[in-house]
Design a protein around this ligand. Structure first.
Ligand SMILES: *[C@@H]1O[C@H](CO)[C@@H](O)[C@H](O)[C@H]1NC(C)=O
Ligand SMILES: *[C@@H]1O[C@H](CO)[C@@H](O)[C@H](O)[C@H]1NC(C)=O
Ligand SMILES: *[C@@H]1O[C@H](CO)[C@@H](O)[C@H](O)[C@H]1NC(C)=O
Ligand SMILES: *[C@@H]1O[C@H](CO)[C@@H](O)[C@H](O)[C@H]1NC(C)=O
Length: 273
């Protein structure tokens, strides 16, 4: 019973709220607590253009970001931006506000630094994935430049199954060079949005066929990969093939942050809870 309840994960964060306020916090090793930044604070010297610019999208008070921030700072990524927003009632329109704000923020960085090439990596957590996807779509309209990479940690149901104008793999591949996703649970019917889609396979939960998701698990597992190449995921297209051993001869790739960016396909990372 105890084991079952551990496996009975859930994540019901849907993107159906209006945006109350957005904050963009810039974190560096010198300012580990971060400073709130607006477009008017962006100057040529305030960004290290030689390093990737990481934007982490999180609905306020949903996930503890101290792990992901610390690991990125440890990796010497000097530009970490935390985008947090709050949602209240139902309106997707209001979400455009945060999308525009962030896209303009990034466009201003391009403008102020005068750089043709900046390495932009968007990391969306749960509903933050949807904001990140929309920013990736908006940015080329403003700057004619593409996002280098978009990592979605637990794309939400409403995101992947939204047929009405929601992002899909085709739109994404036009606007982003490389898309990777991490799911805490495998669902054969979900659209596979990424070039690489990782699925966490919980060893003690072989009978857990529920589709419940746990974005904290996806986030925490990804955090472990930022400064390590030790987590390896096995290529496989279904739980059945994984469990029957049909994938044992398939290739393994590094899971998470350091995934080779020419990789494609679905991969399972076996974890113990
Ligand atoms: C977030 O996690 C860190 C490290 O695990 C912990 O020290 C901190 O208290 C947590 N913050 C919150 C608000 O729970
Ligand atoms: C930044 O924007 C201003 C006003 O739109 C424009 O005149 C200027 O050329 C831009 N600078 C760069 C480096 O793109
Ligand atoms: C996937 O879709 C098929 C056909 O609609 C359905 O029979 C099946 O139960 C679905 N599987 C899951 C895991 O939802
Ligand atoms: C989700 O995963 C985290 C991290 O492994 C765990 O602490 C938490 O209990 C899980 N949540 C649920 C609802 O099982």
């Amino acid at each position: 019973m105890k084991r079952f309840s551990l496996c009975f994960l859930f994540s019901a964060i849907l993107f159906v709220g209006s945006v109350e306020n957005t904050s963009i916090t810039y974190v560096t090793s010198y300012l580990p607590k971060g400073v709130i930044m607006t477009t008017s604070d962006i100057h040529k010297e305030s960004i290290n253009v030689l390093k990737p610019l990481i934007f982490i999208f999180n609905e306020k008070n949903t996930h503890n970001l101290s792990g992901i921030i610390n690991e990125y700072l440890k990796k010497q990524i000097t530009n970490v931006f935390i985008v947090e927003y709050t949602l209240n009632e139902e309106t997707t329109k209001a979400a455009n506000k945060v999308v525009n704000e962030v896209a303009e923020f990034i466009a201003t960085i391009f403008n102020k630094t005068g750089e043709e090439y900046l390495n932009i990596h968007l990391v969306g957590i749960a509903s933050g994935s949807r904001v990140a996807f929309a920013v990736a779509q908006r940015l080329p309209e403003l700057t004619k430049r593409k996002v280098n990479r978009l990592t979605s940690l637990e794309p939400t149901y409403s995101l992947i199954n939204n047929e009405k104008g929601g992002p899909n793999a085709e739109i994404l591949s036009k606007n982003v060079n490389f898309v990777d996703t991490v799911h805490s649970n495998f669902n054969e019917n979900e659209t596979r949005l990424g070039d690489v889609n990782f699925y966490l396979y919980k060893k003690d939960c072989v009978h857990d066929k529920s589709l419940s998701k746990n974005s904290t698990l996806s986030l925490e597992t990804f955090v472990k990969s930022i400064n390590s190449n030790n987590l390896k995921a096995l290529e496989c297209d279904s739980i059945e093939n994984l469990e029957n051993g049909n994938c044992l001869s398939k290739k393994k790739i590094v899971f998470g942050e350091n995934v080779p960016q020419d990789a494609k396909g679905s991969y399972f990372l076996i974890i113990k809870l």
